[in-house]
Design a protein around this ligand. Structure first.
Ligand code: FES
Length: 156
């Protein structure tokens, strides 16, 4: 590919909204590929912008870097991913995203009801969790979906 068709780190940073430091970090983490000019400067294919949009969306949803890398590794190396390539990634992530959607709906609908956290502070706790009976099932809000009881990617 002719280097003039490639983007500089400044152009990618401007268009993607990621600072150059983040672009270098994602490259070190193996999520992005670059080429170098004779002077050693990074150059990016325009398709990197879609990868970055995917990274931002996934990270915003709390997806860990390892899982993001696993997803992006499904895309071809050395050529611009096609719609079919992205569809393959989308299929691989469908169940994960569906689970997240269900969890978000449960959280949205559960916040005014008993979530089985042990607080026994709502009227409904007497109905759904009398004497904190669900504590026998283990720690956390036992009436929320498992995805909402996991330790976040950052560990806290
Ligand atoms: S909301 Fe906490 S135990 Fe019911």
């Amino acid at each position: 590919m002719d280097t003039k068709d490639l983007l500089t780190i400044g152009e990618v940073s401007h268009r993607s909204g990621f600072p150059p430091s983040a672009l270098r970090f994602y490259e070190r983490e193996g999520l992005l590929r670059t080429t170098r000019t004779a002077g050693g400067q990074r150059r990016y294919e325009r398709s990197v912008l879609r990868r970055l949009a995917f990274i931002r969306a996934a990270r915003t949803l709390g997806v860990g870097l390892d899982e993001v890398r696993e997803g992006l590794d499904r895309l071809p190396d050395g050529r611009t991913p096609t719609k079919a390539d992205w569809s393959r990634l989308s299929r691989a992530w469908r169940s994960r995203l569906d689970e997240q959607i269900q969890a978000l709906v449960a959280l949205r609908d559960g916040l005014d009801s008993c979530i089985g956290c042990g607080c026994l502070s709502l009227q409904r706790c007497r109905l759904y969790n009398p004497e904190d009976r669900v504590s026998e099932l283990g720690p956390g809000a036992r009436l929320l979906p498992p995805m909402l009881r996991r330790t976040p990617a950052e560990g806290v």
